[in-house]
Write a protein that binds this ligand. Structure first.
Ligand code: SAH
Length: 248
């Protein structure tokens, strides 16, 4: 991240980005830049749309409540999202918001809610997940917005996975053993990963058997304590990224 500008505000823009293009900001974005950050005409904002890389843009102020951005130059080329599916039993409200934001910061490329026997939240607000993913992307400096998939039954999700994809199954019933060693044994070149974290009520034995039947599956323990699902998300992704992913 050597050439990353940590100081300039970053904004996701839902429009194509080209040198010279002028982007009309919506009221919320204009208010944020002009009144919260107190930016003045000519100041820099970094913008990205998930496809065209990151651009330096300048603020063009139109009165007190409106502003445009003018796209100046490309600062970073577009990069793909990591090939990491984060599959999780959806939680309710604020804890789901938290989990989505943290999973994005930790480098999940796809967010996949999976419904299990003991999942409590069965309706997932995908728009809310998307806006949490965008907010986290703005904050953590990534250029690809993780894909938000519709909720799916665990069995169907597993059926749809490529056989070569390595499933990292986080199970509090797994015998405690070092998860770093378990993953390191697999070598660090993986054809994509899927990390699965269950609901507050845990998995049923039938579900455990279903996951274990996937061609490439490693069952990991996250230590001797039961973690809440949102904590397990961060712990699991930290281990996966440090052994098999982009921390390595
Ligand atoms: N119902 C369980 C806890 C489930 S915790 C119980 O009370 O016994 C929610 C999810 O977080 C689990 O399904 C698992 O995916 C993950 N998790 C929590 N603690 C874990 C641990 N120590 N090792 C592996 N996974 C864990």
């Amino acid at each position: 991240m050597a050439d990353y500008d940590f100081n300039a505000p970053r904004l996701f823009i839902d429009a194509p980005l080209r040198a010279g293009s002028r982007i009309a900001l919506d009221r919320g974005q204009a208010n944020y830049l002009l009144n919260v950050l107190r930016l003045k005409a000519g100041e820099t904002v970094l913008i990205f749309n998930g496809q065209d890389g990151e651009w330096r843009a300048e603020v063009a102020v139109e009165g007190r409540k409106a502003a445009d951005l003018v796209c100046m130059e490309l600062t970073r080329e577009q990069e793909p999202a990591p090939d990491v599916i984060y599959a999780f039993a959806p939680l309710k409200h604020a804890r789901l918001d938290y989990m989505v934001q943290k999973a994005v910061e930790m480098g999940a490329g796809i967010l996949q809610p999976v419904l299990t026997r003991r999942t409590q939240a069965t309706r997932v607000n995908l728009d809310r997940m998307r806006s949490n993913a965008i907010e986290a992307a703005e904050q953590c400096g990534i250029l690809a917005i993780p894909g938000v998939r519709e909720e799916e039954d665990l069995g169907r999700f597993l059926k749809g996975l490529e056989k070569e994809r390595l499933v990292v199954f986080c199970d509090e019933n797994a015998p405690v053993s070092n998860p770093v060693e378990a993953l390191a044994k697999l070598g660090n070149k993986q054809a994509g990963l899927a990390v699965i974290v269950g609901p507050e009520g845990g998995f049923t034995d039938q579900e455990r058997a279903l996951v274990a039947a996937h061609e490439r599956c490693v069952c990991v323990s996250l230590g001797p304590r039961i973690l809440r699902a949102d904590t397990a998300a961060v712990a699991a992704l930290a281990i996966v990224q440090s052994v098999l992913g982009d921390w390595n």
